[in-house]
Design a protein around this ligand. Structure first.
Ligand code: FES
Ligand SMILES: [Fe+2]
Length: 377
């Protein structure tokens, strides 16, 4: 984000606060509750979103040298991500090309050969099949060169490894991130590392869990014993960049900026900046670190979540500080996830046929309109 934008976002929120006003959409919006509970619709989301757009699959530091590898699930698709001897990152479907056994069980490690636990077909870190017992005798007319691992397009950019979990779709990250790319660049996430991490699975639709972070209406209620008192009551703003969102959630300290010179203003000191990188990542930018919230939608009513506290590599040794920060953010987000599960149960009750988004909850409507746009192709 450039300096001019940073100042204008602060100005905008200070003016709203001064007028006891809110950042309002044109009108109230509704979203059918079936969108959170319909397995058929989830199947469409799988096909038209999770198998169609680039997903942030890992932070670069998770593959911290030649021969490092990790395995992940991307909305049900098992992937193996490797860094080869030259430092190049590759992503494959983590399935053996012989009879489909999961090739690698370990979540992470360091090796340049991957041997299938069933019949020992062996692949290198570039995905080539380099050995297979009795191959000539049993598979004579087949060619090893055509039996390399199924490859997915991936690119390393802005400190993350972006994977396109689809075949026959071109990965064009410049187009996909247009408008939000400068912000991502300026966060210097490539100079960061993961200090703390938390993973859990929740019985809630992925969209409910995204929605939970992009309004400040609930802060003083749901987070009254954690972060609520430190944030303005029901004050936030947002902007859309293609399918992505940037939300600004001001702390109460922002109100004091009015008496300070403009050149001292720094948004991150007085607000949480939350980037919703469509579809399944959110970057919660705080004063001196970033919490990367990533989701793996498992089914229409179940989502795996991972909270990773990204910190500047040069301050990684400050363990107690990061542990403390991670604990505060995790406690707050767990409050959101508890509510998310409660909403999912409410969806199932049939009490409401739609969700109601107030005018100050406009980001939720924009997010759902983006989902709709992808499904109506
Ligand atoms: S299934 Fe992998 S070697 Fe047979
Ligand atoms: Fe929250």
């Amino acid at each position: 984000m450039n300096r001019e934008t940073e100042l204008s976002l602060i100005d905008e929120l200070l003016a709203l606060k001064a007028n006891n006003a809110a950042f309002l959409d044109e009108s109230v919006a509704r979203n059918p509750t079936s969108h959170y509970a319909c397995a058929e619709r989830f199947g469409k989301e799988q096909k038209h979103i999770f198998r169609r757009v680039p997903i942030i699959a890992a932070h670069s530091s998770e593959l911290d040298g030649p021969d490092a590898f990790i395995t992940r699930g991307l909305s049900g698709l098992p992937v193996l991500i490797t860094r080869d001897q030259s430092g190049q990152v590759h992503t494959f479907i983590n399935v053996c090309r012989h009879r489909g056994t999961r090739l690698v069980d370990d979540l992470e490690g360091c090796k340049h050969r991957f041997s299938c636990p069933y019949h020992a077909w062996t692949y290198d870190s570039t995905g080539d099949l380099i050995a297979a017992p009795h191959f000539e005798q049993g598979f004579g007319e087949e060619q090893k060169s055509k039996l390399g691992l199924s490859r997915l397009e991936c690119v390393e950019r802005y400190g993350f490894i972006w994977v396109l979990p689809a075949e026959n779709v071109q990965l064009d990250l410049d187009v996909y991130l247009e408008g939000i790319d400068d912000d991502l660049e300026s966060l210097s996430i490539d100079q960061m590392a993961i200090a703390e991490c938390h993973t859990e699975t929740r019985k809630a639709n992925w969209k409910i869990l995204v929605e939970g972070g992009i309004e400040a209406y609930h802060f003083r209620v749901a987070h009254r014993t954690t972060i609520g008192p430190h944030f303005e009551n029901n004050l936030s703003s947002y902007r859309q960049f293609g399918p992505h969102l940037r939300s600004i959630l001001p702390r109460t300290s922002m109100a004091d900026l009015g008496s300070e010179a403009h050149d001292k203003w720094r948004l991150r000191d007085h607000a949480n900046v939350l980037y919703t990188v469509f579809p399944t990542s959110q970057l919660l930018v705080q004063q001196d670190h970033i919490v990367w919230i990533s989701q793996e939608p498992i089914s229409v009513g179940e989502t795996r979540l991972r909270l990773a506290t990204l910190v500047p590599q040069c301050r990684l040794a400050d363990e107690a500080h990061w542990k403390r920060n991670h604990a505060i953010t995790t406690a707050t987000l767990l409050e959101d996830f508890d509510i998310g599960e409660s909403i999912q149960a409410g969806v199932g009750s049939g009490a409401n046929d739609s969700m109601l988004f107030g005018r100050f909850e406009g980001a939720l409507d924009k997010f759902n309109c983006t989902v709709d746009r992808y499904l109506n192709v």
